[in-house]
Design a binder for this molecule. Structure first.
Ligand SMILES: [Zn+2]
Length: 410
């Protein structure tokens, strides 16, 4: 009897030993994980939904699935701080647009207000493979057109803050944009909601003109440290770059010094080569790289994350720096670091695998002006919560008969 139990435990041990320790091993890629100071070839092992190990050589026998990613970059899944998944008629499905571009966390930028958030959650967020977080619009009805977005009566800081406190793991801040009336009332109410909920606000660089608001005043007197100014390379009002000297205005540096953050928010109208190139030349990159991807910007200026990064690289940013500004920095900006934005062991397995293509590529800005670049970043594989959800070239499942193994809903 004793002998039987002994041999049984030996068998169990042997079975345990032969059982692969990891579910997925990304092998031989160049890992860029700014949060952990990693910028070298490393293997990345995933177990379940977590990063299990990042090391120089992890034996492939220890993993159920091994993907050779030599020659590619392995980075934390991108966090797109300015996405549109709900509310506006320009919203897009994040599972269709974010995951193929390496974005594993999309922060919806003001689509819903406190009165429509529950609908957003039930109809979109709860069913999305992409992690969707939310900047709640200060407008209760959300981003549903200019009449609604000008309606100050529907901007209720108390109700907005209450909704944020109800969903602290989903709602990370407040959005105000497109306000078409003069003055600061919408902004002040957004900031007040931010104060009540202890979350940041994100404001547009006024798309609309003649509204008696100046960027300087907003950046230096109204926004708090940690608040965000998005679309800042849209400078049609010439308040970011001096029109005569071409210099970045001193209040931009002053605002950065006092902790105001600058977000790219490319979109259809907010990335202009003359503004971005002058700002980059003078040491004013975006703190966070985000797409503002929607039905208008997805095809025209191709504002997806790898393209935003490629455009900034054309202006001199390194890939390493761009990865920091699209992973660690946005995670910090929304109070989610180090839960998000890193490949640290034990963290959620959200990963993007990127390739650099070299050649001659045309990159368009919001005014359709082209600049030619020599490098283009592309996403070839995306892992979300430990599952492969995008595999452009079939490197993880070379045999098509295994296609059913993909983690995405069939
Ligand atoms: Zn937007």
């Amino acid at each position: 009897m004793r002998l039987a139990a002994f041999s049984l435990s030996i068998a169990a041990l042997a079975a345990a030993q032969s059982q692969p320790e990891f579910d997925l091993l990304l092998r031989g890629g160049h890992v860029i994980d700014p949060a952990n100071g990693i910028d070298q070839v490393r293997d990345v092992a995933v177990k379940g939904t977590r990063i299990a190990q990042v090391a120089a050589a992890i034996p492939p026998s220890g993993a159920k699935r091994v993907v050779d990613v030599a020659g590619s970059y392995v980075v934390p899944g991108f966090i797109d701080l300015h996405a549109h998944a709900y509310g506006t008629e320009l919203a897009v499905s994040q599972d269709d647009t974010a995951l193929p571009t390496g974005v594993t966390t999309a922060v919806d930028c003001g689509g819903a207000g406190w009165r429509t958030f529950e609908d957003f959650k039930e109809t979109v967020i709860d069913h999305s493979v992409t992690r969707i977080l939310v900047f709640l619009n200060i407008v209760g009805a959300g981003m549903v057109g200019h009449a609604a977005e000008d309606n100050v009566d529907d901007m209720d800081p108390i109700a907005t803050a209450k909704k944020i406190k109800q969903y602290p793991s989903l709602i990370v801040g407040i959005k105000n944009a497109h306000f078409g009336k003069p003055g600061w009332e919408s902004v002040r109410r957004a900031v007040e909601a931010g104060r009540l909920s202890n979350t940041p606000v994100i404001l547009d660089n006024h798309i609309l003109t003649k509204m008696q608001r100046h960027t300087r005043e907003k950046l230096l007197e109204i926004l708090r440290p940690g608040d965000m100014h998005t679309h800042f390379y849209n400078d049609r009002q010439v308040e970011v770059i001096d029109r005569f000297t071409g210099k970045v205005q001193p209040w931009m540096f002053e605002a950065r010094k006092r902790g105001v953050l600058f977000d790219m928010g490319h979109g259809a109208g907010s990335f202009l080569w003359p503004v971005a190139s002058k700002a980059m030349e003078q040491g004013f990159p975006p703190d966070t790289i985000s797409t503002d991807l929607h039905k208008m910007s997805i095809l025209g200026s191709k504002a997806d994350m790898p393209n935003c990064i490629s455009k900034l690289m054309l202006l001199g940013m390194t890939l390493q720096d761009a990865v920091a500004r699209s992973t660690v920095n946005p995670a910090k900006a929304i109070g989610q670091f180090p839960t998000l934005g890193t490949l640290g062991e034990g963290k959620g397995a959200d990963i993007a695998v990127l390739k650099t293509r070299t050649g001659v590529f045309a990159f368009r800005d919001a005014l359709n002006k082209k600049r030619m670049g020599r490098e283009k970043i592309e996403c070839v594989l995306t892992v979300r919560d430990g599952r492969i959800v995008w595999d452009r070239d079939g490197i993880a499942f070379p045999d098509w008969r295994q296609a059913g193994d993909y983690g995405v809903p069939q």
